[in-house]
Design a protein around this ligand. Structure first.
Ligand code: 4AD
Ligand code: MG
Length: 461
């Protein structure tokens, strides 16, 4: 094979867009065949090298020595090729590679499950180790990577300190009893290693709050685990969460940051993943881009929980059918109720605030009415809740009483101490990363937005 410099397809498109790509450049490429069309004397390979969403068209003809190799390349095969770049401004693709030599690096056996045809998301879900090779998933997981980077860059630009909170913990932060116990594979299991029972974390919040009271603005971003027996498109037992925590910040300030973060991320993926976003908007969720553009232009609606209950009662009266039609103040809203509010009533992202204290976690700040807490959930069309946040209870006495009543004071004395040693009003939230990706891409099943989903009753390798 000729000794031409290796190029990445991503860089070819970059050079093309800044007009520095030269006709006649000799290059070597490596990648996988997406399709191969041989029409007698001439053939076309669509090559994806993984470095960008777009493919590179390779053109070969019967004059090259490796014509027989080229002709028999099949979908999925790993190849290496050399050739000369040709600018083709009048064609569908702006340039192509005229092949001089082509070599098969890794053949594909006849039982390869991916073919050059449409495969459903359900079919591909059975093949998590192969699906990143398809258009949809290659777009989705690159978007996932860019979105994670966007989140870090949002906080970094604003001086937030990134804190790594632990995965193994002694507390159930949300107090919902949905933890996974961690044990060694030894006989004495649970207490053997640490001398006490430990679990996988359901939230980094309690561990990140002390850092907010030292650095002012912090966040954690990592995997969290919940043994929730919910078999829905939005629940996984392992998911990633972004949890910022801000000192000297109340619920209003909290919601401001949530809204700016969501908008920043949308603008970021528009700028950095234009091909992927175009693909999702035309092939997965028609009009997705326009919908997200609209979100960028508008202000998020704020409703109180009490207003939401009234709206739901009216909806039932006017004939809207819910699986749970009995609406009363104090109930926990189901996903169908949340979606009705954000999709049918508002038609965009909606904050619900001031929830009854009985249905929210112990650490939320009690409002002066004595009945509700300063909490906010952000609901979005297609997903329902993607963010749960609140101002934290900073009154030592109130919090101590609540924790005693709930029976979680023991072991969390350190958390309570923060309220008597330089405490201040502070707030934070948790953004579910996998749901957020669903919202941004229009791929709304968490079994797809997570590369290796773990859901109730299902885990594949
Ligand atoms: O509302 P949650 O339970 O809030 C907390 O964990 C707080 N400690 C956050 C904080 O204030 N620091 O969860 C936050 C978000 C939800 O809005 C949802 O997007 C996501 O985490 N989430 C899940 N995502 C996928 N699968 C699950 N089982 C999820 N449970 C929560
Ligand atoms: Mg929640």
């Amino acid at each position: 094979m000729q000794d031409y410099p290796l190029v990445l397809v991503r860089n070819l498109y970059k050079e093309h867009s800044d007009a520095s790509l030269k006709d006649g450049t000799k290059v070597l490429v490596e990648g996988w065949v997406r399709s191969n069309r041989d029409s007698g004397h001439i053939g076309f390979v669509s090559l994806n090298d993984g470095t960008c969403f777009k493919c590179l068209q390779l053109v070969y003809d019967e004059t090259i020595a490796s014509y027989e190799v080229a002709r028999h390349l099949s979908t999925g095969e790993a190849i290496r090729a050399t050739g000369v770049l040709k600018l083709t401004p009048e064609a569908a693709q702006p340039f192509e590679l005229r092949i001089e030599e082509i070599e098969s690096i890794g053949k594909v056996e006849g039982d390869y499950p991916l073919q050059k045809k449409f495969h459903s998301l359900e079919f591909l879900r059975e093949l998590p180790y192969l699906r990143p090779r398809t258009n949809t998933f290659s777009a989705l997981y690159r978007l996932r990577s860019e979105l994670a980077y966007a989140i870090h860059s949002f906080f970094h630009e604003r001086g937030f300190v990134y804190v790594h909170t632990p995965e193994i913990t002694t507390n159930d932060a949300e107090g919902a009893g949905q933890t996974f116990k961690v044990a060694t594979s030894g006989k004495d299991a649970f207490k053997e290693f640490y001398g006490r029972e430990v679990t996988l974390t359901v939230s980094g919040q309690l561990h990140v709050e002390p850092f907010a009271l030292a650095y002012r603005n912090v966040y954690t971003f990592g995997p969290t685990f919940r043994a929730e027996k919910s078999n829905t498109p939005r629940h996984a037992s392992e998911f990633w969460m972004i949890e910022p925590e801000m000192a000297f910040c109340d619920l209003k300030g909290d919601m401001k940051i949530i809204e700016s973060l969501i908008k920043y991320c949308i603008a970021y993926v528009f700028e950095h993943c234009p091909e992927e976003m175009e693909f999702f908007s035309t092939r997965i969720d028609k009009g997705l881009k326009e919908k997200l553009e609209k979100v960028l232009q508008s202000e998020f609606k704020v409703l109180t929980y009490t207003q939401a209950i009234d709206l739901l009662k009216e909806a039932v009266k006017s004939g809207v059918k819910f699986d749970e039609p009995h609406i009363e103040w104090g109930m926990d809203l189901a996903s169908e109720h949340e979606r009705y509010i954000t999709e049918k009533v508002v038609g965009g992202p909606t904050f619900l605030i001031d929830y009854p204290k009985e249905i929210k976690a112990f650490y939320m700040k009690e409002n002066p009415d004595g009945k509700t807490v300063a909490a906010c959930d952000l609901l979005v069309p297609g997903e329902g809740e993607i963010v749960g946040g609140s101002q934290r209870e900073d009154d030592y006495e109130v919090l101590a009483k609540k924790m005693e009543a709930q029976g979680n004071k023991e072991g969390l004395e350190w958390y309570l101490n923060l309220r008597k040693w330089g405490g201040c009003p502070h707030s934070g939230f948790g953004l579910g990363f996998d749901r957020f990706l669903g919202y941004i891409s229009g791929v709304t099943n968490i079994r797809d937005t997570e590369p290796y989903p773990r859901t109730y009753g299902s885990i594949k390798y």
